[in-house]
Design a protein around this ligand. Structure first.
Ligand code: PEP
Ligand code: MN
Length: 346
């Protein structure tokens, strides 16, 4: 439920609404906005008597949010959410943010080398898994904390921000010591204890769509993060299961405009996992930008043939450079640009 205040409402009137919501046993979340001041009522609001709030001074109206996801919805917050990282990268604004790197951190030479190359080519965020959720228990599971330390070293050397996955609740506590963004992978989109812990971490969270999740389920998973008080959330379309076997997944680009209309959260696309095929990554990256994505996550490996995971979908660095060139043109056609490395001296 949302209490919308009149433009003329005083600070005292707003404080009175907050007090009343709290006295009713709910949490009050003031929502700053360009158009209006509103105060969200958080909790199971099924039986709230709205008349008590409507009668307060300065209140314009009390709206019942129609979607099951509340804080994630545009009804709750009309303005786009912009996630800002320590290196100045903004995700969700007019510019498109590029995250790139190998599927997994494998060794120092690999991650530092590729980080310098990617920075040179215009990425501002380095991806790389240290804890890998693999379909087979016998596949490479990642370097763990050693991988996180290598990522931190790459950040120090290049100024790139770090996005890396936490696969369980304890992992959140470790990853948050190193990362700029905690990634929640497709296999864990509905791991609710993990979502709650990531929500409490205080760090931005990249939430990837589950491989058989509906858009509504994705938004409800994001609601878990916002319910913990974390509004720095980025959604990621990474492809869903399909009946067709030509590609690894079906990259659902429709999700981008659909999410944009339903939610204020930024949404990026991952055409690497979305297609599983190196030759299909660049065309789908172009399409994702054209569809309005706020960013891209691209797997790039210095030697894809030697990669310990996802080599077949990893771009060669030169291919990534070409991709950057092409999406710059598409972004410009949409009156957008790419996020450039801001205020970082290397
Ligand atoms: C990844 O980004 O490396 C990854 C495992 O992706 P997803 O969770 O989308 O499969
Ligand atoms: Mn991967």
């Amino acid at each position: 439920m949302l209490v919308v205040m009149k433009q003329s409402a005083t600070e005292e009137a707003i404080a009175r609404v907050v007090e009343t919501i709290e006295a009713m046993g709910y949490e009050a979340r003031p929502i700053p906005g360009h158009q209006r001041t509103a105060i969200g009522l958080v909790g199971n609001d099924g039986r709230v008597d709205s008349a008590r709030l409507e009668g307060l001074g300065g209140v314009l109206e009390v709206i019942s949010v129609s979607h099951p996801y509340k804080q994630v919805s545009r009804e709750w917050k009309a303005d786009d959410t912009i996630v800002t990282l320590a290196n100045g990268t903004r995700i969700g604004g007019s510019e498109i943010a590029i995250m790139a790197g190998p599927c997994a951190v494998e060794n120092e030479e690999q991650i530092l080398g590729v980080a310098h190359t990617l920075r040179e080519m215009g990425a501002t965020i380095l991806r790389g898994g240290a804890f890998k959720p693999r379909t087979s228990p016998y596949s490479f599971q990642g370097l763990g904390v050693e991988g996180l330390e290598l990522l931190a070293r790459a950040r120090e050397a290049t100024g790139l921000a770090i996005v890396t996955e936490a696969i369980d609740s304890e992992g959140v506590e470790i990853v948050k010591e190193y990362a700029d963004i905690i990634q929640i992978g497709a296999r864990n989109m509905q791991n609710y204890p993990l979502l709650r812990r990531a929500g409490q971490s205080g760090l931005p969270v990249l939430l990837k769509r589950g491989m058989s999740a509906t858009i509504k389920e994705l938004l409800l998973a994001a609601e878990y993060l916002l319910a913990e008080g974390n509004s720095q959330v980025i959604l990621c379309e990474r492809g869903v299961r399909s009946f067709d076997t030509h590609t690894r997944n079906l990259l659902d680009l429709t999700a981008i405009p659909v999410v944009k209309s339903l939610s204020h959260l930024p949404i990026i696309a991952d055409p690497s996992h979305g297609t599983g095929l190196r030759s299909k990554v660049t065309p789908m990256a172009r399409a994702a930008v054209a569809a309005g994505a706020d960013g891209l996550m691209i797997e790039v490996h210095p030697q894809p043939d030697m990669a310990l995971s996802d080599g077949a979908q990893s771009l060669y660095p030169e291919q990534f450079a070409e991709l950057m060139k092409q999406i710059r043109v598409i972004a410009r056609a949409l009156d957008r640009g790419l996020v450039d490395m801001p205020r970082v001296a290397v």
